[in-house]
Design a protein around this ligand. Structure first.
Ligand code: IMP
Ligand code: MG
Length: 207
């Protein structure tokens, strides 16, 4: 069996721009279980509405929700922020809004990564305006020293250095969300990842 993601190397199919494995699939699994257990304890009396922020949070959400032993509700939002491909400006456009009614609900926002924190800061205010009982945030990753607002995060998976990362839901130009671990991205984060040609891919598979 080929597992592909060891602590030493990147994944064969991903190409050389996908660099060092920063967080192993095993470490993620252990941490997500612990977060789920903590959330279960904290929300025993009033199970939360989990709000995933698409698309980055999809993988984290699907694992985390199954680590919570409570009857949670699940909904998603999609946002796009104005700015360059990798730098948000803090001005957020709601691309897909929630279906759920928020009044009186305890809302737990599930996010893949907090960089400047501007996206989540905007989202929290947007959700709070709909009179929920509470809005808390659970982020898988937080980039150290990059936040421009105080977000008061209730649950954090990992603090990471301020480098661009891909995998476990996180992308560059929509690619690499399906890596099992979180990797440093060594390519140009402002340009979409190059497409591997079929011959190269076949070579990789054969080797
Ligand atoms: P913020 O508003 O600066 O906190 O940006 C948060 C959003 O930017 C995340 O939800 C991601 O979509 C994206 N982002 C920030 N850093 C990274 C990264 O290292 N890899 C992939 N996406 C990132
Ligand atoms: Mg995101």
């Amino acid at each position: 069996m080929r597992t592909g993601e060891t602590s030493h190397d990147a994944v064969e199919w991903a190409g050389s721009d996908v660099g060092k494995l920063l967080i192993t699939p095993e470490a993620i699994h252990t941490r997500v279980k612990a977060l789920g257990a903590q959330i279960t304890e904290d929300y025993l009396d009033d199970p939360p509405l989990l709000v995933g922020v698409l698309k980055g949070a999809m993988v984290f959400m699907s694992d985390l929700c199954r680590s919570i032993a409570l009857p949670v509700d699940i909904d998603f939002m999609a946002v796009s922020s104005y700015g360059s491909a990798t730098r948000t400006s803090g001005v957020v456009r709601i691309v897909k809004d929630l279906d759920a009614e928020l009044t009186g609900r305890r809302v737990l926002v599930i996010e893949d990564i907090i960089d400047s924190g501007l996206t989540l800061n905007y989202l929290r205010k947007y959700l709070q305006a709909r009179h929920p009982a509470s809005v808390e945030i659970c982020a898988l990753l937080v980039k150290e020293g990059e936040q421009r607002v105080d977000l008061d995060l209730s649950y954090v998976g990992f603090q990471i250095p301020p480098q661009f990362v891909v995998g476990y839901g996180l992308d560059v130009g929509e690619r690499f969300r399906n890596l099992n671990g979180v990797h440093i991205y060594d390519g140009d984060e402002n340009r979409p990842a190059p497409v591997l040609d079929r011959r190269r891919r076949d070579d990789n598979i054969a080797s």
